[in-house]
Design a protein around this ligand. Structure first.
Ligand code: ZN
Length: 130
């Protein structure tokens, strides 16, 4: 069975640190050793793992993605949010983290981020620990 995290983004493009929520779900599951699968069921959002210590890292990633995929461009998608769809595909919809001793095996500086590319919105993150 999976758990759902409800995430509320406040900006158009935003990385939201969900590491503590994921850590808590792993603890609640009682699973000591396994895999934690984190999935965003959205077409204009994603999940990534990167540095959580220095906030300028996520700022730089967002700035680079915005430069790589501008909001305005030669897009045909009628909804007008093609940049968000493209960023979602670049980042990917999911991540997996190994679990040992009931904890995610993250590196010292790693955090798990929900990536909003078409906010602000209410979003869901599905988490399954096996
Ligand atoms: Zn769209």
């Amino acid at each position: 069975m999976h758990r759902t995290l409800n995430v509320k983004s406040r900006s158009k493009t935003e990385f939201i640190d969900i590491t503590e929520e994921v850590r808590e779900l792993i603890k609640e599951s009682g699973i000591e050793s396994g895999i934690c699968y984190i999935y965003a069921p959205h077409t204009t959002a994603g999940i990534t793992i990167n540095e959580g210590a220095d906030p300028s890292v996520k700022r730089d990633i967002i700035a680079a993605l915005n430069k790589l995929v501008p909001f305005e461009g030669d897009y045909q998608h009628m909804e007008g949010n093609s940049a968000a769809h493209i960023k979602s595909t670049l980042v990917g919809a999911s991540q997996s983290v190994m679990v040992e001793d009931g904890k995610p095996l993250l590196g010292t500086w790693q955090s798990i981020y929900f990536c909003e590319f078409d906010g602000p919105r209410h979003r869901r993150v599905l988490v399954r620990i096996i």
